[in-house]
Design a binder for this molecule. Sequence first.
Ligand code: GRF
Length: 196
Amino acid sequence: MLNIAVFASGRGSNFEALHRAIEEQNIPAQIAVVISNNSAAGALSLARSLGIPALHLSQRHYPDPAAFHHAVLQTLVRYATDLIVLAGYMKKMDAEIVRAFPQRIINIHPALLPKFGGEGMYGMHVHTAVIAAGEKESGASVHYVDEEYDRGAVIAQQRVPVLPDDTPETLAARVLAAEHQLLPSVVKNIAQNHRP
Ligand code: GRF
């Protein structure tokens, strides 16, 4: 059984899609804990309603970054985390955590990396940039997380068309539907190949 820690800062629809897929497709995995830097994150309330431990861990509650990262690491160890899934987590993963989980942190990004990634490329900024660039295609990418934003190796992508009358919002909705398929399929693969 693959133990997953999900990090999410917002709404939590990718967390929800992953949770549902694990149940419906009998993926040999469980979401052991959901962690958010935002106490108002939809992901936290959703986790609580599903009976999944939901923790608000914020840098603001610790005297310095090192103490915060230590608390995050302790939590990951406490929940015997095998895989960290970043699903809309708006903070950079600390280098110490990245080193402690080599090739065991994945992120979902709403574009076809390496295009439209990097610092500042999040949320609607991504879809606005894709449309402004006249792209005919966009999509979702799942990649390993290293110490740079959106730079780790891409594991899988799912493409969607960009339509002539798309707004950032309509494109975002089409990409999000792709994300909800792609993330569970990558996690399924990792879980099926996981040897404790
Ligand atoms: C998704 O578009 C994801 O690609 C990005 O942040 C968004 C999170 O959405 N990293 P949700 O919180 O999973 O609904």
